[in-house]
Ligand binder design. Structure first.
Ligand code: CA
Length: 275
């Protein structure tokens, strides 16, 4: 702009000096004025502030008689101006439509084992189990007594009054207990002695292993008793027997006096176990 202003001022001053007689000079002046107008009114008004006169040259001036110069050739086009500064960001646009779902990705790697969870609530009670085997299958016991006086000697005393013999391990025909379940057994007997002495022995497999002897006193009723614990194997037999002749066969029984013999399994023992 300052270059253009200089050119215009030069033309105007030339016009003043040359008296404005040449119409070509006037055309150049008008063209210059138009160019200034296109650049801005403020630029056009500047000459008035500086007191310059753009009116046609006065023929009465001394320079009116001078010869006008040949108009100069138009200058070259100036260099393109530099790019302007970037404008401010525009307003935010509306939200766009949702895009289509992408393809399913590949399965990820297996993760680490997590921490144990809290303890759960108790479950419902289970169904009732099947009926088990009878306890008698694992038990052996008997308790028997005499219903009358036994006079036989050197044979097993045959107890024929039964208090308990559900497993029938005591045989009232032979008068012997026969072991079915191997294990440890307890035997005990309580005998009433009357009219004569009593000497009995507890036998195991034809061998007397313990003895009880009571001397009878006249007009008295005596008692004789004994007990023992034995380890028995299946098939072993245990019984009571008068040990001696009839003089020691005082084992007695009536309606108000009993003589009893009892035995039961304390606990079973595996036959494979060493004794
Ligand atoms: Ca006695």
């Amino acid at each position: 702009m300052s270059l253009l202003r200089t050119i215009i001022l030069g033309i105007i001053l030339t016009g003043h000096l040359c008296g404005g007689q040449d119409e070509l000079l006037e055309d150049s002046l008008e063209t210059a004025v138009d160019e200034v107008a296109t650049e801005g009114i403020e630029e056009l008004e500047e000459p008035e502030e500086e007191g310059l006169d753009l009116s046609p040259p006065d023929d009465r001036q001394p320079c009116a008689m001078w010869m006008g110069g040949v108009p100069g050739t138009p200058g070259h086009s100036g260099k393109p101006g530099r790019d302007g500064r970037d404008g401010r960001d525009g307003p935010r646009g509306e939200k766009g439509d949702q895009g289509e779902a992408g393809e399913k990705g590949d399965p990820g790697e297996k993760g680490d084992i997590g921490n144990a969870g809290p303890r759960g609530f108790p479950g419902n009670p289970g169904l009732k189990g099947a009926r088990g085997e009878s306890a008698s299958s694992y038990h052996s016991a008997f308790s028997v007594g005499l219903s009358e006086i036994v006079s036989a000697t050197n044979v097993p005393i045959r107890f024929n009054k039964f208090f308990y013999n559900d497993q029938h391990h005591y045989d009232d025909v032979s008068g012997k207990f026969r072991c079915v379940l191997p294990g440890v057994y307890f035997f005990t007997y309580h005998l009433t002695v009357y009219t004569k002495d009593a000497k009995v022995s507890l036998y195991k497999n034809d061998k007397a292993i313990m003895f009880t002897y009571d001397q009878y006193q006249e007009t008295n009723v005596d008692q004789a008793s004994g007990s023992v614990i034995l380890r028995l194997e299946a098939g072993d037999e245990v019984w009571l027997q008068v040990y001696g002749d009839e003089t020691v066969g005082g084992v007695y029984a009536d309606n108000t006096n009993d003589s009893t013999f009892s035995g039961f399994l304390l606990y079973p023992v595996n036959p494979a176990e060493r004794r």
